[in-house]
Design a protein around this ligand. Structure first.
Ligand SMILES: C[S@@+](CC[C@H](N)C(=O)[O-])C[C@H]1O[C@@H](n2cnc3c(N)ncnc32)[C@H](O)[C@@H]1O
Length: 315
């Protein structure tokens, strides 16, 4: 058992051939994970082509290997050297002049097969694997848009989306803080979910203004969501989670925390969601849980009509 408490059964063949690429082609993995004393313990059940006989044996995995496993079903190909080189600075400064102008809105019918489907927007989508996994699972039902300020990540995500033929997933190289409103206001379908998952923390107080969650963005999200639409926020950094929570709690006229409207959703005593509601973890989430961190999550639902009804009945 490793420090992180992770044990996964894998065949020797799998170990030798699969992890260098992160692509894991030819394998299909189903696995469960659960919190165990603050750590993640994972068990896989693997299925693969007939000629490969899996002899399960315990192996301790690194956190990038866990990411590859979690997203193995995507079968992402290895990009060429230039696209694959996404080594980047720890943080990008969104206040740089280059990022001061909102991006151009795409022609939606050129990026989505059916641009009238309900849309999920992931702000700070990183590698994009999270949205690709959701897009593959919900093909023909929902569209997925990632807003990401690192161009290299967006270019690689575009390559992957094309290679695996996803016509309901798209990424835009943008500063989400000032581009979100313009982008979503032009979308022809309803906005049903916005996620902000493990945003860059910008720890220093003088850098808090670089954080992606700022009041105008929160106002735009609340205004743009369809009735019944949802917002998911999460961070492994408590201070950042509290900051986002404070801002979204401030929209209580339109956004209710999910446990207020759905009694089946459980929270801990401080109001953080007990479970990840997405069915997949983001990359940062996997790395953070590997290190033993807790993920602080909140999910809000837009209840505009309910609010209207309450206001008018109280007049
Ligand atoms: C810590 S990573 C988390 C990525 C992913 N959400 C996850 O949980 O694995 C934060 C991401 O947000 C992006 N980001 C930071 N500020 C942004 C902004 N203003 N607009 C769009 N993306 C931003 C970063 O480039 C980075 O990819």
């Amino acid at each position: 058992m490793s420090r992180s408490g992770i044990m996964v059964g894998l065949s020797p063949t799998f170990r030798q051939t699969s992890f260098p690429s992160m692509g894991l082609k030819g394998f299909s993995f189903r696995f469960k994970h659960w919190a165990c004393n603050g750590y993640t313990r994972m068990v896989t059940s693997a299925s693969c082509s007939d000629q490969l006989q899996l002899q399960l044996q315990d192996k301790q995995l690194s956190s990038p290997e866990l990411v590859a496993l979690e997203y193995a079903d995507l079968n992402l190909p290895l990009p060429d050297k230039e696209l694959g080189n996404v080594r980047i600075r720890q943080h990008v400064n969104p206040l740089k002049t280059t990022f001061s102008v909102p991006v151009q809105v795409p022609h939606w019918n050129q990026v989505f097969r059916d641009p009238t489907l309900p849309l999920m927007v992931d702000i700070g989508s990183g590698s994009g694997r999270f949205l690709m996994w959701l897009g593959k699972k919900n093909a023909g039902v929902r569209n997925y848009l990632g807003l990401e300020i690192r161009e290299k990540l967006v270019n690689r995500a575009h390559y992957w989306v094309k290679e695996i033929n996803l016509d309901n997933v798209h990424f835009i190289y943008a500063n989400a803080t000032n581009s979100f409103k313009q982008v979503v206001s032009n979308y022809p379908g309803p906005l049903m979910l916005v996620s902000i998952l493990c945003p860059d923390p910008h720890f220093k107080k003088r850098h808090h203004k670089r954080r992606v969650v700022q009041k105008p963005l929160v106002d735009s999200i609340a205004a743009s969501l369809m009735d019944g639409g949802e917002v998911l926020i999460q961070s492994d950094v408590y201070e950042v989670a509290v900051d986002m929570r404070f801002q979204f709690d401030g929209e209580s006229n339109t956004l209710k925390h999910i446990d207020e409207v759905d009694s089946s959703v459980l929270c801990d005593s401080e109001g953080w969601l007990l479970k990840n509601p997405m069915g997949i973890r983001t990359e940062r989430e996997i790395h953070a849980e590997f290190e033993g961190a807790k993920i602080y999550r909140r999910m809000y639902k837009k209840c505009f009509y309910q609010h209207e009804a309450i206001s008018s009945s109280s007049i």
